[in-house]
Design a protein around this ligand. Structure first.
Ligand code: TMP
Length: 222
């Protein structure tokens, strides 16, 4: 009998919502309960493309807006499959899911579309196109935090996009994306305590991990 596949679970949200902490806690909790799980994050700054993106975010280099959008998308695609002549590297998303590993992903194509479409002159439709056909998440949890609550959590960092005005524009684009009923969105109130947010995320995830076992992996926005 074929092994049950792992689930693809994504955490999204604006900055300061606690995505990275919650991804790590979820992976730990799944592993503790005997469910194989690994964390991934986008951008994955470890690849050649990821390094170009990282330099851009750290404002060490400037890139044209369409160009950087496509690099963010390429950085996801390069983590989906093995390159055909790339022997011996670690298994990528598709293979891990097939092996029964649940992937908990810190940002995905939704950040890609929301951040670029918050820039002047970019439609959400154009921004979604390069990511059409990526493995479709079984669950996308949006950590909701108002700009006022985010401000209480301290100053933004130094990276590009870390300003309140831009984050508000990004939040609006996420709201548009959440209208798409082909994606399994769950909104999580990120103003709760870290423990309560974790409980809520765990309960949605456990349900998804069991449901995904008998469902084929879908293709995003197709
Ligand atoms: P990080 O702080 O989670 O590493 O994310 C880096 C920044 O990159 C964050 O401001 C969101 C932004 N971003 C995009 O603009 N497009 C994308 O596709 C992704 C994944 C992130």
């Amino acid at each position: 009998m074929a092994r049950a596949r792992g689930a693809l679970i994504v955490l999204e949200g604006v900055d300061k919502a606690g995505k990275t902490t919650q991804c790590a806690r979820l992976v730990h909790a799944l592993q503790q309960s005997g469910r194989p799980a690994e964390m991934m994050r986008f951008p994955d700054r470890s690849t050649t493309i990821g390094q170009l993106i990282s330099a851009y975010l750290e404002k060490k280099s400037d890139l044209e807006d369409h160009t950087v959008h496509l690099l963010f998308s390429a950085n996801r695609w390069e983590r989906v499959y093995h390159a055909s002549n790339n022997r011996g590297c670690r298994p990528l998303m598709k293979k891990k899911l097939e092996e029964g590993i649940t992937l908990v992903v810190d940002r995905y194509a939704f950040s890609g579309a929301a951040f670029t479409s918050a820039k002047p002159g970019f439609s959400l439709d154009w921004c979604m196109k390069p990511d059409v056909g990526l493995p479709k998440p079984d669950l996308v949890m949006f950590l909701q935090l108002s700009p006022a609550e985010a401000a209480l959590r301290g100053q933004f960092g130094e990276e590009r996009y870390e300003t309140s005005a831009f984050q508000r524009a990004v939040q609006q684009q996420f709201e548009e994306l959440r209208k798409d009923s082909t994606v399994n969105w769950q909104v999580i109130d990120a103003s709760q305590s870290v423990d309560d947010v974790h409980k809520s995320i765990s309960s949605h995830s456990l349900h998804t991990v069991s449901a995904a076992q008998s469902l084929p992996l879908g293709e995003l926005w197709k």
